[in-house]
Design a protein around this ligand. Structure first.
Ligand code: ATP
Ligand code: MG
Length: 279
Protein backbone atom coordinates (compact mmCIF):
# COMPACT_ATOMS: atom_id res chain seq x y z
CA UNK A 1 0.00 0.00 0.00
CA UNK A 2 1.28 3.41 -0.97
CA UNK A 3 0.62 6.09 1.59
CA UNK A 4 -0.93 9.13 0.00
CA UNK A 5 -0.21 12.78 0.25
CA UNK A 6 -2.55 15.69 0.80
CA UNK A 7 -2.28 18.27 -1.97
CA UNK A 8 -3.15 21.93 -1.50
CA UNK A 9 -3.48 24.43 -4.29
CA UNK A 10 -3.41 27.98 -3.00
CA UNK A 11 -4.47 30.72 -5.39
CA UNK A 12 -2.93 28.89 -8.37
CA UNK A 13 -3.47 30.78 -11.62
CA UNK A 14 -1.77 30.43 -14.99
CA UNK A 15 -1.22 33.08 -17.62
CA UNK A 16 0.84 31.88 -20.58
CA UNK A 17 3.46 34.06 -22.28
CA UNK A 18 1.03 34.97 -25.07
CA UNK A 19 -1.42 36.35 -22.51
CA UNK A 20 -3.79 33.34 -22.48
CA UNK A 21 -5.36 33.08 -19.03
CA UNK A 22 -5.64 29.29 -18.87
CA UNK A 23 -6.44 29.21 -15.16
CA UNK A 24 -7.92 31.81 -12.83
CA UNK A 25 -6.87 31.67 -9.18
CA UNK A 26 -7.81 28.25 -7.87
CA UNK A 27 -7.64 27.10 -4.25
CA UNK A 28 -8.36 23.48 -3.45
CA UNK A 29 -7.55 21.01 -0.67
CA UNK A 30 -7.18 17.41 -1.81
CA UNK A 31 -7.10 14.91 1.02
CA UNK A 32 -4.65 12.08 1.49
CA UNK A 33 -6.00 9.11 -0.44
CA UNK A 34 -8.72 11.06 -2.19
CA UNK A 35 -9.53 10.78 -5.90
CA UNK A 36 -10.40 14.17 -7.33
CA UNK A 37 -11.61 14.43 -10.91
CA UNK A 38 -11.23 17.60 -12.97
CA UNK A 39 -14.09 17.65 -15.44
CA UNK A 40 -14.84 20.17 -18.16
CA UNK A 41 -14.91 20.90 -21.87
CA UNK A 42 -11.83 21.20 -24.07
CA UNK A 43 -9.62 24.18 -23.25
CA UNK A 44 -11.07 24.86 -19.77
CA UNK A 45 -7.70 24.44 -18.02
CA UNK A 46 -7.73 20.83 -16.81
CA UNK A 47 -4.33 19.83 -18.14
CA UNK A 48 -2.82 23.14 -17.07
CA UNK A 49 -3.95 22.47 -13.47
CA UNK A 50 -2.53 18.96 -13.58
CA UNK A 51 0.77 20.24 -14.96
CA UNK A 52 1.00 22.78 -12.13
CA UNK A 53 0.53 19.99 -9.57
CA UNK A 54 3.13 17.87 -11.36
CA UNK A 55 5.69 20.67 -11.53
CA UNK A 56 5.69 20.78 -15.34
CA UNK A 57 4.29 24.30 -15.19
CA UNK A 58 4.76 27.06 -12.58
CA UNK A 59 1.71 28.92 -11.31
CA UNK A 60 1.66 32.70 -11.74
CA UNK A 61 3.49 34.54 -8.91
CA UNK A 62 1.57 34.23 -5.64
CA UNK A 63 0.24 30.73 -6.42
CA UNK A 64 1.49 27.88 -4.26
CA UNK A 65 1.37 24.08 -4.32
CA UNK A 66 1.77 22.15 -1.06
CA UNK A 67 2.27 18.40 -0.56
CA UNK A 68 1.39 17.47 3.04
CA UNK A 69 1.79 21.11 3.98
CA UNK A 70 5.28 21.36 2.48
CA UNK A 71 5.65 24.07 -0.19
CA UNK A 72 6.75 22.33 -3.42
CA UNK A 73 6.03 25.25 -5.77
CA UNK A 74 9.72 25.58 -6.64
CA UNK A 75 10.48 21.85 -6.53
CA UNK A 76 11.09 20.39 -10.02
CA UNK A 77 9.02 17.46 -11.29
CA UNK A 78 11.76 14.87 -10.81
CA UNK A 79 11.88 15.65 -7.08
CA UNK A 80 8.12 15.82 -6.48
CA UNK A 81 7.65 12.06 -6.80
CA UNK A 82 4.45 12.17 -8.81
CA UNK A 83 3.32 9.43 -11.19
CA UNK A 84 1.82 10.54 -14.49
CA UNK A 85 -0.35 8.72 -17.00
CA UNK A 86 -1.29 10.43 -20.24
CA UNK A 87 -3.82 9.89 -22.99
CA UNK A 88 -1.02 9.11 -25.43
CA UNK A 89 0.60 6.43 -23.18
CA UNK A 90 4.07 8.03 -23.66
CA UNK A 91 5.80 4.64 -23.36
CA UNK A 92 9.34 4.03 -24.59
CA UNK A 93 9.01 2.21 -27.94
CA UNK A 94 12.57 0.86 -27.81
CA UNK A 95 11.94 -1.01 -24.55
CA UNK A 96 9.74 -4.02 -23.90
CA UNK A 97 6.90 -4.04 -21.36
CA UNK A 98 9.04 -5.14 -18.43
CA UNK A 99 11.74 -2.57 -19.18
CA UNK A 100 9.13 0.18 -19.43
CA UNK A 101 7.69 -0.67 -16.03
CA UNK A 102 11.19 -0.92 -14.52
CA UNK A 103 12.35 2.38 -16.01
CA UNK A 104 11.48 4.69 -13.11
CA UNK A 105 13.02 2.26 -10.61
CA UNK A 106 16.25 2.16 -12.60
CA UNK A 107 16.39 5.97 -12.67
CA UNK A 108 15.87 5.98 -8.90
CA UNK A 109 18.62 3.36 -8.52
CA UNK A 110 16.35 0.83 -6.81
CA UNK A 111 18.34 -2.42 -6.40
CA UNK A 112 17.98 -5.27 -8.91
CA UNK A 113 16.15 -7.68 -6.62
CA UNK A 114 13.80 -5.04 -5.23
CA UNK A 115 13.16 -3.68 -8.71
CA UNK A 116 12.34 -7.16 -10.07
CA UNK A 117 9.97 -7.77 -7.18
CA UNK A 118 8.13 -4.48 -7.69
CA UNK A 119 7.93 -4.89 -11.47
CA UNK A 120 6.49 -8.38 -11.03
CA UNK A 121 3.95 -7.04 -8.53
CA UNK A 122 2.90 -4.27 -10.93
CA UNK A 123 2.58 -6.65 -13.89
CA UNK A 124 0.41 -8.93 -11.78
CA UNK A 125 -1.69 -6.04 -10.50
CA UNK A 126 -2.37 -4.85 -14.04
CA UNK A 127 -2.82 -8.41 -15.33
CA UNK A 128 -0.10 -8.13 -17.97
CA UNK A 129 2.48 -10.67 -16.73
CA UNK A 130 2.12 -12.64 -19.96
CA UNK A 131 3.07 -9.59 -22.00
CA UNK A 132 6.30 -8.74 -20.19
CA UNK A 133 8.62 -9.50 -23.11
CA UNK A 134 6.47 -7.85 -25.78
CA UNK A 135 7.55 -4.75 -27.61
CA UNK A 136 5.27 -1.74 -27.11
CA UNK A 137 4.37 -1.75 -30.82
CA UNK A 138 2.87 -5.22 -30.40
CA UNK A 139 0.31 -4.16 -27.79
CA UNK A 140 -3.30 -3.00 -28.06
CA UNK A 141 -4.32 0.42 -26.75
CA UNK A 142 -5.76 -1.02 -23.55
CA UNK A 143 -2.63 -3.07 -22.91
CA UNK A 144 -0.44 -0.02 -23.48
CA UNK A 145 -2.48 1.95 -21.01
CA UNK A 146 -2.06 -0.83 -18.43
CA UNK A 147 1.70 -0.70 -18.96
CA UNK A 148 1.60 3.10 -18.53
CA UNK A 149 -0.31 2.69 -15.26
CA UNK A 150 2.07 0.00 -14.03
CA UNK A 151 5.06 2.21 -14.87
CA UNK A 152 3.55 5.19 -13.05
CA UNK A 153 2.69 3.23 -9.90
CA UNK A 154 5.89 1.14 -9.74
CA UNK A 155 7.86 4.06 -8.29
CA UNK A 156 5.35 4.40 -5.45
CA UNK A 157 4.53 8.03 -6.21
CA UNK A 158 3.12 10.38 -3.58
CA UNK A 159 0.43 11.49 -6.01
CA UNK A 160 -0.88 9.85 -9.17
CA UNK A 161 -1.89 12.22 -11.97
CA UNK A 162 -3.95 10.89 -14.87
CA UNK A 163 -4.75 13.04 -17.91
CA UNK A 164 -7.58 11.53 -19.96
CA UNK A 165 -5.96 8.08 -19.81
CA UNK A 166 -8.88 6.30 -21.48
CA UNK A 167 -9.75 8.69 -24.28
CA UNK A 168 -7.89 6.76 -26.99
CA UNK A 169 -9.72 3.50 -26.25
CA UNK A 170 -12.98 2.15 -27.64
CA UNK A 171 -16.10 2.32 -25.48
CA UNK A 172 -16.03 -1.26 -24.19
CA UNK A 173 -12.37 -1.19 -23.26
CA UNK A 174 -12.79 2.22 -21.66
CA UNK A 175 -15.49 0.86 -19.43
CA UNK A 176 -13.43 -2.19 -18.43
CA UNK A 177 -10.29 -0.24 -17.71
CA UNK A 178 -12.26 2.41 -15.83
CA UNK A 179 -13.55 -0.27 -13.46
CA UNK A 180 -10.00 -1.59 -13.04
CA UNK A 181 -8.61 1.89 -12.35
CA UNK A 182 -11.35 2.52 -9.81
CA UNK A 183 -10.53 -0.71 -7.97
CA UNK A 184 -6.81 0.02 -8.17
CA UNK A 185 -7.09 3.53 -6.73
CA UNK A 186 -9.26 2.29 -3.86
CA UNK A 187 -6.92 -0.59 -3.09
CA UNK A 188 -3.77 1.52 -3.20
CA UNK A 189 -5.29 4.35 -1.20
CA UNK A 190 -3.16 6.72 -3.25
CA UNK A 191 -4.04 10.38 -3.77
CA UNK A 192 -5.14 10.61 -7.39
CA UNK A 193 -6.06 13.49 -9.64
CA UNK A 194 -7.85 12.42 -12.76
CA UNK A 195 -8.66 14.66 -15.73
CA UNK A 196 -11.49 13.89 -18.11
CA UNK A 197 -14.18 15.52 -20.21
CA UNK A 198 -16.37 12.43 -19.82
CA UNK A 199 -18.99 12.98 -17.14
CA UNK A 200 -19.76 9.27 -16.69
CA UNK A 201 -16.08 8.59 -16.00
CA UNK A 202 -15.98 11.47 -13.52
CA UNK A 203 -19.09 10.22 -11.72
CA UNK A 204 -17.72 6.71 -11.43
CA UNK A 205 -14.20 7.55 -10.27
CA UNK A 206 -14.32 10.74 -8.27
CA UNK A 207 -14.67 11.07 -4.52
CA UNK A 208 -15.10 14.69 -5.53
CA UNK A 209 -15.46 16.35 -8.89
CA UNK A 210 -14.18 19.80 -9.81
CA UNK A 211 -16.24 21.03 -12.76
CA UNK A 212 -14.32 23.66 -14.72
CA UNK A 213 -15.32 26.18 -17.34
CA UNK A 214 -13.04 28.73 -19.04
CA UNK A 215 -10.29 28.43 -16.44
CA UNK A 216 -12.68 28.77 -13.51
CA UNK A 217 -14.24 26.34 -11.07
CA UNK A 218 -17.94 26.02 -11.84
CA UNK A 219 -18.60 23.67 -8.89
CA UNK A 220 -16.76 21.37 -6.51
CA UNK A 221 -18.68 18.53 -4.92
CA UNK A 222 -19.28 14.83 -4.60
CA UNK A 223 -20.72 13.10 -7.68
CA UNK A 224 -24.12 13.11 -5.96
CA UNK A 225 -23.97 16.83 -5.21
CA UNK A 226 -22.89 17.65 -8.75
CA UNK A 227 -25.57 15.43 -10.22
CA UNK A 228 -28.52 16.27 -8.00
CA UNK A 229 -27.65 19.82 -7.00
CA UNK A 230 -25.80 21.47 -9.88
CA UNK A 231 -25.07 24.96 -8.65
CA UNK A 232 -25.48 26.70 -11.98
CA UNK A 233 -26.72 26.27 -15.49
CA UNK A 234 -23.34 25.34 -16.97
CA UNK A 235 -22.89 22.40 -14.58
CA UNK A 236 -26.46 21.26 -15.10
CA UNK A 237 -26.06 21.24 -18.87
CA UNK A 238 -22.62 19.67 -18.82
CA UNK A 239 -23.54 16.84 -16.48
CA UNK A 240 -26.33 15.48 -18.60
CA UNK A 241 -29.97 15.25 -19.44
CA UNK A 242 -32.05 17.59 -17.37
CA UNK A 243 -35.43 19.11 -17.32
CA UNK A 244 -34.81 22.78 -16.79
CA UNK A 245 -37.68 24.65 -15.25
CA UNK A 246 -37.63 28.42 -15.30
CA UNK A 247 -39.30 30.10 -12.38
CA UNK A 248 -38.96 32.30 -9.35
CA UNK A 249 -38.37 30.78 -5.92
CA UNK A 250 -40.16 32.35 -3.01
CA UNK A 251 -41.67 31.04 0.20
CA UNK A 252 -40.78 27.42 -0.47
CA UNK A 253 -42.30 27.16 -3.94
CA UNK A 254 -41.13 27.74 -7.48
CA UNK A 255 -43.57 29.78 -9.49
CA UNK A 256 -43.40 28.56 -13.07
CA UNK A 257 -45.47 29.19 -16.18
CA UNK A 258 -46.96 25.72 -15.68
CA UNK A 259 -47.84 26.22 -12.02
CA UNK A 260 -46.20 25.95 -8.60
CA UNK A 261 -43.62 23.35 -7.66
CA UNK A 262 -42.58 22.75 -4.02
CA UNK A 263 -38.98 23.86 -3.38
CA UNK A 264 -37.31 21.82 -0.71
CA UNK A 265 -33.80 23.26 -0.73
CA UNK A 266 -34.77 26.57 0.85
CA UNK A 267 -32.41 29.13 2.30
CA UNK A 268 -31.21 30.37 -1.05
CA UNK A 269 -33.51 33.37 -1.32
CA UNK A 270 -34.80 34.30 -4.72
CA UNK A 271 -33.28 32.58 -7.69
CA UNK A 272 -34.24 32.53 -11.32
CA UNK A 273 -33.49 28.85 -11.93
CA UNK A 274 -34.05 25.55 -10.34
CA UNK A 275 -32.89 22.22 -11.61
CA UNK A 276 -34.79 19.00 -11.52
CA UNK A 277 -33.61 15.60 -12.49
CA UNK A 278 -35.79 13.81 -15.02
CA UNK A 279 -37.36 10.74 -13.50
N1 ATP B 1 1.78 26.72 -23.70
C1 ATP B 1 0.64 27.40 -23.91
N2 ATP B 1 0.65 28.66 -24.39
C2 ATP B 1 -0.49 29.36 -24.56
N3 ATP B 1 -1.72 28.89 -24.29
C3 ATP B 1 -1.79 27.63 -23.82
C4 ATP B 1 -0.65 26.81 -23.60
N4 ATP B 1 -1.04 25.60 -23.11
C5 ATP B 1 -2.37 25.68 -23.06
N5 ATP B 1 -2.84 26.88 -23.47
C6 ATP B 1 -4.22 27.34 -23.50
O1 ATP B 1 -4.73 27.30 -22.17
C7 ATP B 1 -6.09 26.90 -22.17
C8 ATP B 1 -6.26 25.67 -21.27
O2 ATP B 1 -5.54 24.60 -21.85
P1 ATP B 1 -5.57 23.14 -21.21
O3 ATP B 1 -4.60 22.31 -21.98
O4 ATP B 1 -5.35 23.26 -19.75
O5 ATP B 1 -7.07 22.69 -21.49
P2 ATP B 1 -7.79 21.29 -21.20
O6 ATP B 1 -8.94 21.59 -20.30
O7 ATP B 1 -6.81 20.28 -20.75
O8 ATP B 1 -8.37 20.92 -22.64
P3 ATP B 1 -8.48 19.48 -23.39
O9 ATP B 1 -9.71 18.81 -22.86
O10 ATP B 1 -8.65 19.87 -24.84
O11 ATP B 1 -7.22 18.72 -23.16
C9 ATP B 1 -6.46 26.66 -23.64
O12 ATP B 1 -7.08 27.81 -24.12
C10 ATP B 1 -5.12 26.44 -24.30
O13 ATP B 1 -5.17 26.83 -25.66
MG1 MG C 1 -6.07 18.51 -21.60
Amino acid sequence: MITGTAVSLIECAKTFADGTRALLPLSLEIEDGETVVFLGPSGCGKTTTLRIIAGLESPDPGGRVLFNGEDVTQVPIELRNVGMVFQSYALFPNMNVEQNVAYGLKVRKVSGAESSRRVREMLEMMDIVGLKDREIGQLSGGQRQRVALARAIAVQPRVLLLDEPLTALDALLRERLRVDIDALLRRLGITAIYVTHDQAEAMALGDRIVVMSHGKVAQIGTPRQIYFQPSNRFVADFIGTMNRVHGVISNGVVETAAGRIPWSKGGRGKSRYCFGRRT
